[in-house]
Design a protein around this ligand. Sequence first.
Ligand code: S3P
Length: 166
Amino acid sequence: MTAPRVVLVGPMGVGKSTVGALLAQRLGCRFRDTDEDIVAEQGRTIADIFVEEGESAFRALEKQAVRRALAGHEGVLALGGGSILDEDTRALLAGQPVVYLSMDVEEAVQRTGLNAARPLLAVNPRRQWRELMDARRPLYAGVASAVVATDGRTPEEVTRAVLDAL
Ligand code: S3P
């Protein structure tokens, strides 16, 4: 059975895609991102899926995309920030090399700002970030075999820290 070498989880904007691509380069393997899989498969943006069908329809697509990627990818895999909300997905991650890229709320507000492409943050970014982090922090930590803090670090520094943690 194929399995990813590293799975990256963490909030949106934490740098999963950037760090994931760098990590794949260092490890000499491929990088895959479940958000990109969904966009390619659906032929529309994630923001459009949220607007046209709502969050729960997106979560169902995401659950399938994560399941497929976990079973069919040998390189570095980044999961969408909300994928760990699903209990079955969390169970699938047990025993995998999962790295949680963390950041604090202020760093998150600065990095993402008011970003229309991120439908969960459209109204009041600071309050929404605080609520989102409070709800998800234990879920990320629960599936992670290692935690790497990204605050104030460049993608290269984070990549080195992930390699050290593996
Ligand atoms: C989401 C994170 C996004 C994307 C969607 C919902 C979330 O992915 O899947 O906008 O619920 O945290 P990234 O973490 O790759 O930005």
